[in-house]
Design a protein around this ligand. Structure first.
Ligand code: COA
Length: 405
């Protein structure tokens, strides 16, 4: 391959490195506003590119995240902007950039990498395992009654997104600490991404809106959404598109969703990127009206098995030895003894054998070892080891990441 793979040295180079992924969104030059926003949340040296004659033909980067895992938090590389120009595909460019990026993240002490995949067949070969499913709803508003009378709590106010950070960021942080899959947002992230409303992100939708629920004198839930107003022959045909809605208690979450479900003029409520244990499934009188549909969510890659597994908590006493196969990051390969208080290398006989991608699948609690066994993605070498692994790894909440990064 006659290309140079290296990290970007400047924001200008970073703008070039995102041109290949931009190509697939129909752009031939970097979107200057998008590139500028990216430079605010991602250092240039965290973006790798494949250079040919001073031009980037491929790009791959990683946000520096603090990722919530069951019972803890861990530095994690949020892999993004993967793209190779169609003129250069199929020549090992992605593989070479992935090698450089994951090696760098590993050396910088990030034990975990994770991503959203546009195609689910790309990343398994690099050791990423499917770690969560995510849900999408399209609910006719007239069928959105709750199963029981709704006792209102708090008061909802509309807040300009430009001034919303002080209200929404603390709520988000309270949800983050207890939700595997979510990452901490800096103030810059809120301003450059979540609460920003540039024209190019709107499509045909209305302005970004922010509703904040205050309960007992403090913000307890919020919703970010857009209205798509439409009428057909005088009848309401529009929808509200919920970008993210969350509360710091079940009551607050229920109240902010009732607010969204009760906005006049809109025929439907649409939302994406919901966790599989979303409360709406049990709040509604007619949950089938949600049209809840699944797609793959996060893909997780353990870059440092010991550090990654040590960062999360375990529920049961006992220990098990897992023989890990890892071709792309061979330093992880071998036998690991996992106990609630310690993860360490061992020479003991293993009770389970699996690819590192299977560890990625159970890491956030989105899948169980039993599910992996039923899909023949783990070998049970000692009878009962799958059940023991499930009792050790169990997690209370489904993984959730409310945004594609
Ligand atoms: C997907 C993409 C990044 C691959 O880049 P590439 O340089 O052609 O990939 P490589 O030549 O390094 O191939 C690496 C491996 O991935 C596989 N692969 C490549 N493109 C693939 C695809 N679209 N689906 C599944 N596997 C793919 C290759 O077969 C190869 O497998 P192997 O190493 O086991 O033989 C590139 O085609 C692209 O930019 N696609 C459009 C944008 C996109 O989907 N980006 C991903 C966003 S999450």
């Amino acid at each position: 391959m006659d290309l140079e793979i290296r990290a970007c040295a400047s924001p200008e180079e970073m703008g070039q490195a995102i041109t290949p992924i931009g190509y697939y969104f129909g752009r031939t030059a970097p979107n200057a506003d998008q590139a500028e926003r990216l430079t605010r949340v991602m250092p240039a040296q965290r973006v790798y590119a494949a250079w040919e004659g001073g031009r980037a033909v491929g790009g791959l980067g990683a946000f520096p995240f603090q990722l919530t895992v069951p019972g803890g938090r861990v530095p994690a590389a949020g892999v993004t902007v993967a793209g190779v120009l169609p003129t250069h595909r199929g020549r090992g460019v992605l593989r070479a950039m992935m090698r450089a990026l994951l090696d760098a993240c590993h050396q910088q002490g990030e034990p975990v990498a994770y991503l959203w995949a546009t195609e689910d067949t790309i990343y398994g070969r690099f050791g990423f395992g499917l770690a969560s499913f995510t849900g999408e709803i399209d609910l006719p508003r007239e069928r959105s009654a709750f199963h029981a009378p709704f006792a209102a709590c708090g008061r909802v106010q509309l807040v300009s997104p430009a001034t919303a950070e002080e209200f929404v960021a603390p709520i988000y942080e309270r949800v983050v600490v207890e939700t595997p899959g979510m990452f901490a947002r800096s103030s810059v992230w809120w301003q450059a991404r979540t609460l920003a409303d540039p024209e190019w992100r709107r499509g045909t939708s209305g302005d970004l809106q922010c509703a904040v629920l205050e309960n007992d004198g403090r913000p307890a839930a919020y919703a970010l959404y857009r209205m798509n107003s439409a009428f057909e022959r005088g009848l309401q045909a529009g929808s509200v598109a919920v970008i993210e809605a969350m509360g710091d208690s079940p009551e607050a979450t229920r109240a902010i969703w009732r607010y969204l479900l009760d906005i006049d003029w809109l025929a439907r409520v649409r939302a994406w990127l919901l966790p599989l244990d979303h409360p709406l499934l049990l709040l509604l009188a007619e949950p089938r009206r949600l049209g809840f549909s699944l797609r793959d969510g996060l893909w997780v890659r353990l870059l440092d098995v010991k550090a990654a597994l040590s960062a999360r908590s375990y529920h049961a006493q006992g220990s098990l030895v897992i023989d890990v196969i890892d071709e792309f990051c061979p330093w992880n390969a071998g036998r690991w003894r996992i106990a609630s208080d310690q993860v360490q290398r061992t020479d003991e006989a293993p009770s389970l054998r699996c690819n590192v991608s299977a560890l990625g699948s159970v890491y956030l609690g989105g899948f169980s070892w039993t599910q992996l066994a039923h899909a023949l993605r783990v070998d049970e070498l000692v009878s009962g080891a799958i059940a023991l692994a499930d009792s050790i790894f169990q997690s209370r909440k489904s993984p959730w990441c409310p945004e594609i990064f």
